[in-house]
Design a protein around this ligand. Structure first.
Ligand code: SF4
Length: 347
């Protein structure tokens, strides 16, 4: 099991739930939009938020954002270690350092000491894009990423600094998986997992799900940040899906619906989308909903899925049977589906 490291008050690793991390994409100068984005991330379920600190004036943003969102903030520092020193006293909860662009021992030591003094943890994050050369295989690149972290860690451990989280990311799924697997065999620092630079939305979702799915299924991964070329709230939504579907946490009611084929006589796509919107609204209002709700297009797999869900509906000719915990409670039709299902939630 990984050790526990804190980002502010948030415990990561050591059997704590897999944490969901977000990242702000709005320039720090656009304060109003920045707050809106941060609040949206928080509402969606981000438990820590990363902020890019490119220059001196970005450092002030932590105190400003903390008036609005109650989540720990992580300053992402590249190239200029002195920003790390400023950040340590500016209200941030953690730092992210990149060994490929802040590597001079004296500078790293100074940053570690500043973080220690202000009780900040540090994420050491290596992205494969930082190596400006080709590698013979995914494995060779993954090994190089881990070696880079290992060398960097020596400086931290010599300073008796262990509040460290590690990330090893590539835009390639297999490299990301391999690097994290190699690292986990050697060290117990918590791992922040995710694929980087994933490409367009659907590719990004699939790459992120594959890498995080493989890692989480083997118990590797303490915090997840999904990286997508989209507005940032999508990254939180997808991260929560991954974590829930890997059975690491439960955030929402899962709707099980069949793919629909020519056997079905119901407009299932429309009804499932409508139902999802209602479920989202009820969850936002704090209603307690069944863990699994099945909506199936016909009697082939319908009764089975509906039977196994907490509540389910299986369409037949002109009507649909509503099941709860394996028993038929009653019947409905396409038009009354949502109303009837919700009525039976609490019966
Ligand atoms: S449950 Fe029925 S309608 Fe849905 S995909 Fe299977 S056979 Fe087709």
């Amino acid at each position: 099991m990984s050790r526990v490291v804190k980002i502010g008050d948030l415990e990561v690793g050591g059997g704590n739930p897999v944490r969901i991390k977000g990242m702000l994409k709005t320039p720090t100068t656009k304060r109003e939009s920045l707050v809106k984005e941060a609040m949206r991330l928080w509402e969606e379920g981000a438990e820590a938020i990363r902020v890019a600190v490119k220059e001196k004036k970005d450092v002030e943003v932590a105190k400003f954002l903390k008036k609005y969102v109650k989540v720990p903030l992580v300053a992402d520092i590249h190239f200029h270690y002195k920003l790390g020193l400023l950040v340590a006293e500016a209200g941030f909860d953690a730092l992210r350092l990149n060994p490929l662009n802040i590597y001079k021992k004296k500078e790293v030591v100074e940053t570690i000491r500043a973080a220690k003094k202000s009780n900040l943890s540090i994420r050491i994050g290596v992205n494969s894009g930082g190596f400006k050369r080709e590698f013979a295989s995914e494995e060779a690149l993954a090994k190089k990423m881990v070696e880079t972290v290992e060398e960097y860690l020596k400086i931290f451990e010599k300073e008796n600094f262990f509040d460290i989280i590690i990330s090893l990311k590539s835009s390639d799924v297999l490299t990301t998986i391999k690097a994290n697997q190699i690292f986990r065999k050697k060290f117990d620092y918590p791992l922040h997992i995710g694929v980087t630079a994933t490409g367009p939305f659907l590719q990004g979702v699939v790459k992120s799900s594959l890498a995080a799915g493989v890692l989480l299924s083997a118990g590797v991964g303490d915090v997840i940040r999904v990286s997508l070329t989209t507005p940032s709230f999508w990254e939180i939504k997808i991260a929560r899906f991954i974590v829930q579907f890997m059975k690491k946490r439960r955030f929402f009611s899962e709707i099980i619906s069949c793919p629909l084929c020519s056997r079905s006589e119901v407009n299932l796509i429309r009804r499932v989308n409508e139902f999802q919107r209602v479920v989202d609204k009820l969850e936002k209002e704090g209603c307690s909903l069944p863990a699994k709700i099945a909506i199936m297009g016909c009697v082939v797999n319908g009764p089975g899925e509906a039977y196994q869900a907490d509540i389910g509906v299986a369409f037949g000719k002109g009507k649909a049977a509503i099941f709860k915990k394996g028993k038929i409670l009653g019947y409905t039709n396409e038009e009354n589906l949502i109303e009837d299902l919700i009525r039976y939630f609490n019966n």
